[in-house]
Design a protein around this ligand. Structure first.
Ligand SMILES: NC(=O)c1ccc[n+]([C@@H]2O[C@H](COP(=O)([O-])OP(=O)(O)OC[C@H]3O[C@@H](n4cnc5c(N)ncnc54)[C@H](OP(=O)(O)O)[C@@H]3O)[C@@H](O)[C@H]2O)c1
Length: 379
């Protein structure tokens, strides 16, 4: 039987990679729901090819652009996932970028047997709510961020107490080892990642290594381990994605070609995926190099030393402030280096310390209150 597939963020980099895998394996999958935000042309071309039953869009302007196409092709447009009825997707891929992915991810769980989450910001801001929904709805979960996918596989059937440290590798981004004035970096330069083809926000996060900070937080939540167990190492080839060091003296690492289709395809197929999609030639023969992540050269690492901030409220603040600052950089309103400098100085301010003391995250609404509070802190 074909697996029923739902893709949140189908017009993005992860969404497109997922659809490329599906298009080569049409007998295995039936795409039931697609979703985009602004790229209506791509959404229409995806819908022409995959003929979904539903398009989900919470963006009024996109809905206006696609409504005649949908009527003509008998596709139901919904602006709220709770309007779905009597449906269970075999697999959902949650790949909207930013905190905008949190509510759709939470809402789709009850309609899904299994969810592959790429959207790290939703995990960082709402893991306890996501986890509760997963349990309540008996929905299984696989992280497909490559580092987390690797850890997930490396620690399968292992006793969590046997783990000494977990190393997350970082490519170092486009400026690693280069003698350039980071203050003059433009958004166009920052999104040119040396190894991965990704969306703009994650590419900028990779350029100043904020992506790695977010990934450490994401991993600590998913695997329920303290932040102090996680270390960042620079590995410019991006072929090893994580290393788990066990207390018995053994370490395991996971190698795969730097193509997101590998974690996605292996998660879509559980254990049965045979690699037809990517040319995994003899790239393992390359020299692999690893370097310490130098806190003097990479100021974002200081965030992981702010122990008083490293809690659920602090995680939401770190993520939200970063999202807002990246937005400002993309609009050329602040310098590339300001993203981390401003983030560090706001996190260290009295107003943030007071906020952390006086607010609790009890309800999903509190997450968005914290996001709005973050916006008020960035000028
Ligand atoms: N790309 C990777 O290799 C990679 C690897 C690991 C993890 N991730 C994570 O996966 C997520 C997606 O990354 P990506 O690189 O695929 O991003 P992307 O290429 O920028 O795509 C983002 C997707 O989210 C939609 N979207 C953006 N803003 C939205 C909003 N306000 N409301 C609703 N939908 C919105 C976009 O729609 P439109 O394009 O139609 O506007 C698009 O479908 C991120 O959380 C990222 O950290 C990505």
């Amino acid at each position: 039987m074909k697996k029923k597939i739902c893709i949140l963020g189908s017009t993005g980099s992860i969404g497109k990679s997922t659809l490329e895998i599906i298009s080569k394996n049409r007998n295995d999958f039936d795409v039931i729901l697609l979703n985009g935000n602004s790229n209506f042309r791509l959404l229409i071309s995806q819908a022409k090819k995959f003929k979904p039953k539903y398009i989900y869009s919470s963006n009024f302007y996109l809905t206006e652009k696609i409504k005649y196409f949908c009527i003509k092709n008998k596709i139901i447009i919904i602006n709220d996932l709770n309007l779905l009825k009597k449906i269970k997707f075999d697999i959902t891929i949650a790949a909207i970028s930013g905190i905008a992915g949190l509510l759709p991810t939470l809402n789709i769980i009850k309609f899904s047997k299994k969810i592959l989450i790429a959207n790290k910001e939703s995990i960082i801001c709402g893991w306890k709510f996501i986890y509760k929904e997963l349990k309540k709805n008996n929905c299984s979960f696989v992280p497909i961020d490559s580092e987390h996918f690797s850890i997930f596989n490396l620690i399968e059937n292992k006793n969590m107490n046997s783990i000494k440290n977990i190393y997350l590798t970082a490519s170092g981004g486009p400026f690693f080892g280069k003698n350039i004035n980071l203050k003059k970096v433009t958004p166009l330069q920052a999104i040119k990642h040396p190894n991965w083809k990704m969306g703009k926000k994650i590419s900028i996060d990779s350029a100043n290594l904020m992506n790695k900070i977010l990934e450490v937080i994401e991993a600590s939540l998913i695997f329920n381990l303290p932040i102090s167990k996680f270390k960042i190492i620079i590995h410019p080839q991006s072929l090893i994605h994580a290393v788990v060091e066990f207390k018995n003296g053994l370490s395991s690492m996971l190698y795969h070609h730097n193509n997101m289709k590998i974690p996605i395809a292996n998660s879509l197929y559980s254990n049965f995926y045979i690699n037809k999609a990517s040319s995994n030639n003899l790239s393992f023969k390359k020299n692999l190099s690893f370097h310490d992540a130098d806190i003097k050269k990479i100021p974002s690492i200081k965030i992981l030393k702010l122990t008083k901030i490293l809690n659920d409220k602090g995680f939401i603040l770190i993520n939200s402030l970063n999202e807002i600052l990246v937005e400002k950089f993309m609009e050329n309103k602040i310098l590339f280096t300001d993203i981390v400098h401003k983030l560090l100085s706001i996190l260290d301010s009295k107003v943030v310390k007071n906020h952390l003391k006086n607010h609790q995250i009890r309800h999903i609404k509190d997450v968005f209150k914290t996001y709005n509070f973050s916006r008020s802190l960035v000028n």
